[in-house]
Design a protein around this ligand. Structure first.
Ligand code: SF4
Ligand code: SF4
Length: 267
């Protein structure tokens, strides 16, 4: 039973996925539909009757007769604290990010805890994307997407310990000098705006990125025969970004450099 609703879940389903089948959304930062749970953010915690600590719903599997509460006062308070602790260390200036949406939902205060923000200059080493780790919450999504859960390139990892932890290329080399193949699959899963296509980064910096003026057209990538699905984000008749649906059974949200960044010939 989840929030008073009887749920007929499949064996091995997680609490999060079982809740989704009956329309209950549980917030997450480190979980993504096309990645394995990283168990890193603690935002998806829920109450399970008979279990004292809150449990991570992205990874805990359902059991027969479980009674689960996903949005109690205790759960909401816990999520608010997680968000407020994150806010003490990262920038929250990316208004349309998943992180900021959670902030609004849980009425979290960005000034509740004093902290030391990671001060790191924007990393723009090429024409394709921008990395701004001052917004990074170390959710591991990009590392997992680059590693054995999608891209198998292993260009990035978490380096350092404690406050020094950060996403880094091998030996912290510039991205063009790393193993990166510029698939952009790390950008696609980043929930905070720390990783963005350069088009979006430049338009947001110049205040010309207007989400309300954008339409999304679904199509199939024509570069090769794999059949990856594309979402063309178009503003004022110009493509400004390309993504791929994470629930599509061909591409699972992943693309290669051509599909994600090679649209200029259309213009
Ligand atoms: S663009 Fe692709 S290869 Fe490069 S760091 Fe991101 S996921 Fe890895
Ligand atoms: S850069 Fe984005 S996806 Fe990668 S760890 Fe930081 S917040 Fe997560």
């Amino acid at each position: 039973m989840i929030d008073g609703i009887e749920v007929d879940a499949k064996a091995g389903a997680t609490i999060r996925s079982a809740a989704e089948t009956v329309g209950i959304e549980i917030p997450t930062l480190c979980w993504a539909r096309n990645l394995n749970p990283a168990n890193a953010c603690r935002l998806c915690v829920v109450e399970v009757e008979g279990t004292r600590p809150l449990v991570a719903s992205c990874s805990r599997t359902v059991e027969d007769q479980m009674v689960i509460t996903t949005n109690s006062a205790r759960v909401r308070e816990n999520r608010r604290s997680v968000l407020e602790l994150l806010a003490s260390a990262v920038e929250l200036d990316w208004a349309e990010s998943e992180l900021v949406a959670h902030f609004v939902e849980y009425e979290a205060r960005s000034d509740h805890f004093d902290g030391t923000k990671l001060e790191e200059a924007s990393k723009i080493h090429d024409d394709l994307f921008a990395r701004e780790y001052s917004r990074c919450v170390l959710c591991y999504r990009c590392v997992d997407a680059c590693g054995d859960q999608a891209q198998h390139t292993f260009a990035i990892a978490i380096a350092g310990r404690g406050f020094e932890s950060r996403v880094s290329t091998e030996f912290d080399v510039r991205l063009p000098d790393s193993a990166c193949v510029y698939c952009g699959n790390c950008i696609a899963v980043c929930p905070t705006g720390a990783l963005t296509p350069l088009t979006e980064f430049v338009m947001r910096t110049e205040s010309t990125w207007v989400q309300e003026r954008q339409v999304v057209t679904h199509t199939v990538c024509a570069f090769c025969g794999v059949g990856c699905n594309l979402e063309l984000h178009v503003q004022d008749d110009n493509i400004v970004k390309v993504t791929s649906p994470s629930d599509h059974d061909i591409s699972l949200g992943n693309l290669c450099i051509k599909g994600r960044f090679g649209w200029q010939h259309l213009d």
